[in-house]
Design a protein around this ligand. Structure first.
Ligand code: ATP
Ligand code: MG
Length: 344
């Protein structure tokens, strides 16, 4: 069966947005607007799977919304909203809690990393996070999901949930007139030279909002001096840059900076090395600072302007939530019928 093509993705309001979120996710969100109907969500319910200060969460939610807008997502043509305003996400997640298997969740590396050593003390929400993510996507029966490389495993779980729902309820789906399958199997969109931007301090760890060291990341709100300082301090090795991509093997820090440069410039790593092969890091870092400041500076200014108008931001979220809810409510009605819940 052919499903209507639709894009869904989300960003957590867990702290400072950084270059990884921008290059791995938000720039993709922007580009996909041309070809698809898109729904972009500030996933505040995901955020509270680890402790969030209730005095801080609204600011972070508005900041992610401001970033979506500043980067060029059109909230009239597409939908921007925050997750907690559409109750169907939680409702569908419950059904999926009963579809997904404990064994599937036990394999999730994000839970292992975020729970750390004291797994017994992690929230149950952190454990079932992937089921809520499946619900986010499938509440809209979305077909395409732009994400960074780190979310690939969760996307696979979303597909498994959709598939198992379609199988377990096949007869009911058919008898309610939904044909062979009710949910599409959502496709991840993970492309380009910066699908996994690494920490500037440690080329083996991904750049994260929740990493304590601010020097590990470039925040979207950093000013030019801060960006320059962080890039200059970024870990590298003593060799000059290679002329070809295979020369980046086993040089994670070099590969990371080259990937960042390529993504910011909209080219490939090979092209960047064509230009900078043989150069010392001091030269390359100087060029990277100039490029990053040129690309991120106007964004930061626009985000700052937008966040000074929380009434406008909240109106975007309210309007987006109402439009999202209209779609999700239809899905949820159908799911109730398929599962066998009485409704009036
Ligand atoms: P947290 O540490 O709280 O999980 P995060 O930095 O991982 O924060 P998320 O809100 O979880 O940010 O992810 C938002 C989007 O950004 C997702 O699509 C995710 O795959 C992408 N993303 C996150 N970090 C990176 C990164 N280092 N490189 C590329 N994409 C990333
Ligand atoms: Mg994350």
């Amino acid at each position: 069966m052919a499903f209507k093509e639709r894009v869904f993705s989300g960003v957590q309001p867990t702290g400072n947005l950084h270059l990884g979120n921008y290059l791995g996710a938000i720039t993709k969100f922007v580009a996909l607007q041309e070809r698809y109907d898109c729904i972009y969500c500030v996933v505040d319910m995901h955020a509270i799977t680890v402790w969030q200060d209730p005095a801080e969460l609204p600011r972070a939610t508005r900041e992610v919304t401001a970033a979506f807008l500043a980067c060029g997502i059109n909230p009239k043509k597409h939908i921007i909203f925050n997750q907690s305003q559409v109750a169907e996400h939680a409702e569908l997640a419950w059904v999926f809690n009963c579809i997904a298997r404990i064994g599937w969740l036990n394999r999730m590396t994000q839970f292992k990393e975020k729970a750390g050593k004291d797994r017994e003390n992690a929230s149950v929400g952190l454990y079932v996070y992937p089921n809520l993510m499946a619900a986010d996507i499938l509440a809209y029966r979305a077909t395409h999901v732009p994400v960074g490389e780190d979310q690939k495993q969760h996307l696979e779980l979303s597909r498994d949930v959709a598939q198992k729902f379609n199988n377990d309820y096949a007869d009911s789906i058919h008898s309610h007139g939904y044909g062979e399958a009710f949910f599409p199997l959502p496709e991840p969109i993970i492309q380009g030279p910066a699908t996994r931007v690494m920490s500037l301090r440690d080329g083996s760890k991904k750049m994260s909002k929740s990493e304590p060291s601010d020097y590990s990341r470039i925040n979207l709100t950093d000013d030019a001096d801060t960006i320059a300082q962080k890039v200059r301090k970024a870990k590298t090795d003593p060799e000059p840059l290679p002329g070809e991509e295979k020369g980046l093997t086993s040089r994670p820090e070099a590969e990371n900076l080259v990937g960042i440069y390529a993504a910011l410039q909209g080219t490939s790593k090979a092209q960047v090395l064509g230009e900078f092969g043989g150069a010392q890091f001091s030269t390359f870092k100087g060029a990277l600072v100039d490029l990053a400041v040129a690309k991120l500076g106007p964004l930061a200014a626009e985000m700052k302007k937008l966040t000074q108008d929380p009434v406008y931001i909240d109106s975007v979220l309210a309007e987006g939530s109402a439009r999202a809810q209209a779609i999700a409510a239809e899905t949820m009605k159908a799911v109730k019928d398929i599962v066998g819940f009485i409704r009036h």
